[in-house]
Ligand binder design. Sequence first.
Ligand SMILES: [Zn+2]
Length: 376
Amino acid sequence: MKQIKYGVLLLLLFWVAYLQADISLVLTPNGTKKTLPVVKLEGKDYVSLDEINTHLCSIYKVEYSEYTDFRVMFFFSGEQFIFLLNSPFYTFKQNIFNMQYPFLQVGSYYYVPSTFLLENLPLHFTGQIQNKNGTLYLPKPKDKSVRRVVIDPGHGGKDPGAIGPNGTRESTINLNVALRLKHLLEQELGLEVLMTRTDDRFVSLQDRTKFANDNKADLFISIHTNASHTNGSQGIETYYLSTKSTTESRAVEALENSVVELYEGAGAKQKYEALDFILMDMLQTEHLEHSNNLATLVQHNLVAGIQTKNRGVKQANFYVLRGAFMPAILIEMGFISNPEEEVLLANPQYQDRLAQSIFEGIKRFKYNYDRIRLTS
Ligand SMILES: [Zn+2]
């Protein structure tokens, strides 16, 4: 009995020691408790920037050039800090501050001394952040960064989309690239990725957008391949919504919207043309600037990664983009109607490259967008 008591006491001691090592956070006003793990580096207490990002919705960006020291820009609670590698000094609002111990890198991780959080932050955010006996009280962060992405592989089920001269189905290519992109976004950026379909099934255009809205997605990425009567057409183009189409984009718009008449039954077209849907366009209107930026970055990275004809960023009135309450784009990854591009599109390595290039565009967008949103 005595031994058990002694064991429990020992366990309790370890537990207390463990608690003391980490930094306790209390988010005001609702009092949510969190813990930032502390690690010992060079005999001092440190916290990784990634842990701070996870718990406090901050972001950081590593910058190095031959003209400057190795710097890390850290965006926290609407402000920017600049850390210098191996230096205890950092800048904040054009002033230089000292956090006692140097900013460190171990492998691909970056660490600030605990003193930065416990002593410096309360000074920078007087009245907002307080250190009460080693527990940090700070306002609950507003997470406005890109965290959840909906990928929409076009067509599926009874609607195969465009079919190539050798019988390749657009719906299959779209899904294959979408699944690869999902994997990259999850593995490389830790994003939550939801798919409007993960197998060969039919989903109406309206349900695809509704799915993204219902799940409060931060981005909507619709993936398609193009088709043209002239089988020499080639290249990649990326779209975002417009209610006024240019003549050039009208053919692609008609192609992608034709799903409605072909597969969603009688009266479906009238439904999409109805007033409430036109009002729904206003939801996307609010995000058009970001949709344009996202389309531009994805298109740029696709053309660079694939080395194909750049057909540019375009606007069209795609039903699937209407009513999306988030930045939303539709990618036409090449012409399945062109026998040469059809062969490429069906090739798994080529699909990897497409997914990788789209991923690079989204990654770049996320960095810009998160920074704007976190500092505004
Ligand atoms: Zn399509």
